[in-house]
Design a protein around this ligand. Structure first.
Ligand SMILES: N[C@@H](CCC(=O)N[C@@H](CS)C(=O)NCC(=O)O)C(=O)O
Length: 205
């Protein structure tokens, strides 16, 4: 059984989508970020970085519990545990890792900053312009790749699961998907997956 600590944000939804895709039983523990649950001492014992998501696998390696934070590490762990959505072939595996790192180091932080500055009541034009431009640049990279491959690393993998919930927030960072037709085609295909639809509804609060 996986214990999932999450909230309704892109990094949290990556993990609930993955759990739905691979079909492992899990229990959801909502961490209300607005109320500051992420700073509670019990939660800091699970995630010293005071962010969601985190998991505890009660049946981890060697039958011992495993606690894990950082959404990219969690996706890799769940993929390895189940043998799904992460190819064994080294060339293909590193293509997935490459796009997963691109998401973790680029798409997530930059779209996140764009979302933050667009929503901030005190407008900071320099910051809005900087992060909006960077988000648009990253959409262009995604669009070029998805013009060559059906999914980011060819087949549907954890790299797509990591990226999808950030693109789900495209209206918040003021990007029109119609301007990135390959990203739109990919986004619509992933949105149609029943496991993705279920994962996107977590946490139900
Ligand atoms: N690199 C981390 C980022 C996690 C993260 O930024 N989580 C946000 C929600 S999407 C959070 O918990 N924010 C709460 C806070 O900063 O207090 C991961 O991918 O797991």
């Amino acid at each position: 059984m996986i214990q999932l600590f999450t909230w309704g944000t892109p990094n949290g939804k990556k993990v609930s989508i993955m759990l739905e895709e691979v079909g492992i039983p899990y229990e959801v523990h909502p961490i209300n970020l607005q109320k500051g649950d992420q700073f509670a001492s019990e939660y800091l014992a699970i995630n010293p970085n005071n962010k969601i998501p985190s998991i505890i696998d009660t049946d981890g390696p060697g039958g011992q519990p495993l606690t894990l934070f950082e959404s990219g590490a969690i996706l890799m762990y769940l993929a390895e545990k189940t043998g799904k959505l992460f190819p064994q072939d080294m060339r293909k595996r590193y293509e997935v890792i490459q796009w997963l790192m691109f998401q973790m180091g680029g798409v997530g932080p930059m779209f996140g900053q764009a979302n933050f500055f667009f929503r901030l009541s005190e407008k900071v034009p320099y910051a809005i312009d900087r992060y909006h431009k960077e988000a648009l640049r990253l959409y262009k990279v995604l669009d070029q790749q998805l013009g060559k491959k059906e999914y980011l690393a060819g087949e549907y993998t954890i790299a797509d699961i990591a990226t999808y919930p950030w693109v789900w927030r495209h209206e918040m960072h003021q990007v029109k998907l119609e301007e990135f037709p390959n990203v739109k085609r990919w986004y619509d295909a992933i949105s149609a997956r029943p496991a993705v639809q279920r994962g996107m509804q977590i946490p139900k609060v």
